[in-house]
Design a protein around this ligand. Structure first.
Ligand code: NAD
Ligand code: GLY
Length: 345
């Protein structure tokens, strides 16, 4: 399956196919051309797939950089390391960077590509479910600062994205389920048929599921590349999710788990308010349970949560805009008075 993303910043193809990794050289040849390739990956992915990658790319002139795994790698110091290695390897604007890993490697290497020599081509080969359905699509690239996540970044589209669902087979269950939270989100905001598919047996359906998620994100990004309007629907569940992540210092819940809590909580509340079709919250919660994404978050510190929420939304004036679902597959952005604490109560 192939999709083409067309935005103001560029046009690129996303290939989604079992076995695409084994055909990597062929898939990237039109982008790399006669140039050289600079691969950035992490140590976990390298341990699992490094030999196969070197084998698949054996006919190309490739420089490899293996970084430690984990969110800590999305830092200025590792960005600086990539710049130095690119320069030492004499990479030029006719060469291509390839990000082989999850969202951390994709965001970091993508930002390096966006800025080295004022921009060189980059190819994404995402290896986690989250990066296959979300971060590799849409051109957001970034690094974290000690002061906060994704504070330095850019919109910089890849030249191509190659997605092989087979790579997901080695993911630890919790990392897989973390990505499932974003998959469920796509169903909840835009694709009722996807949501229904997730309620059944998905064991042989990953390729189609990824395709549907990418298609959903592609359409949203094509309408609102720079995140000034519709793209906000991708943040369904994220506001309260961020609060939960931060309250527990990123130790208790993964990002996806926070999003799952956020989706559950806001949908319960909007259903009580009559803004969401009755039965929707129950259906969502049943699906979250299926992927080990249901948590009893009720014991949180309300004062601290309120502070975190309002700090997160400090740019908003009289109202805060939240993404809510009116029914499965139909998200809308709705303003709520700023003093309305319904998410915390
Ligand atoms: P990650 O890149 O840290 O990967 C999670 C873990 O899985 C890592 O330890 C990694 O080594 C390991 N891993 C990767 N592929 C594997 C495989 N095939 N088999 C076994 N283990 C594997 O985390 P992530 O969840 O992929 O990405 C999170 C990052 O993505 C965050 O920094 C977040 O800010 C960013 N993000 C960006 C966007 C965007 O639009 N750019 C969107 C969502 C999230
Ligand atoms: N992950 C949200 C976005 O790409 O806008």
């Amino acid at each position: 399956m192939k999709q083409t993303v067309q935005t103001k910043s560029g046009r690129y193809e996303i290939i989604i196919e079992k076995g695409a990794f084994a055909r990597l050289a062929e898939e990237i040849a039109p982008i790399v051309g006669e140039g050289r390739l600079f691969v950035v990956t992490d140590d976990t992915v390298d341990g699992l797939y490094g030999d196969a990658l070197r084998n698949h790319l054996s006919g190309m002139d490739v420089h490899y950089l293996v970084l430690p795994h984990g969110e800590g790698t999305k830092s200025l110091s590792h960005l600086s390391q990539i710049y130095s290695e690119l320069a030492l390897a004499d990479m030029t604007r006719t060469d291509t960077l390839l990000a082989f890993g999850g969202g951390v490697i994709g965001d970091l290497a993508g930002f390096a590509a966006a800025t080295y020599l004022r921009g060189i081509r980059y190819i994404g080969v995402p290896t986690t479910l989250l990066s296959q359905v979300d971060s590799s699509v849409g051109g957001k690239v970034a690094v974290n600062l000690p002061e906060g996540k994704n504070l330095v970044g850019n919109f910089y589209p890849p030249a191509r994205v190659i997605i092989d669902p087979e790579l997901l087979k080695t993911l630890p269950e919790r990392v897989f389920n973390d990505g499932m939270a974003e998959v469920i989100k796509y169903g909840a905001i835009r694709d009722e048929a996807l949501f229904t598919m997730l309620e059944g047996d998905i064991s042989d359906k990953m390729e189609e599921i990824i395709h549907r998620c990418v298609d959903c994100k592609r359409r949203i990004v094509e309408n609102d590349e720079f995140d000034t309007g519709e793209r906000m629907v991708l943040n369904f569940g994220h506001t309260f999710g961020h609060v939960m992540e931060q309250l527990y210092h990123y130790q208790k819940y993964t990002h996806g788990e926070g999003v799952a809590i956020g989706m559950k909580r806001i949908t319960r509340k909007t259903e009580e308010m009559g803004l969401t079709r009755p039965g929707t919250a129950q259906r969502l919660e049943t699906l979250l349970k299926k992927y080990d994404l249901w948590f009893d978050e009720s014991g949180f510190d309300r004062d601290a949560a309120m502070k975190t929420l309002f700090l997160d939304k400090k740019g908003s004036k009289d109202c805060i805009r939240y993404v809510i679902i009116e029914e499965i597959g139909n998200a809308v952005i709705r303003p709520f008075p700023k003093q309305d604490t319904f998410l915390i109560d």
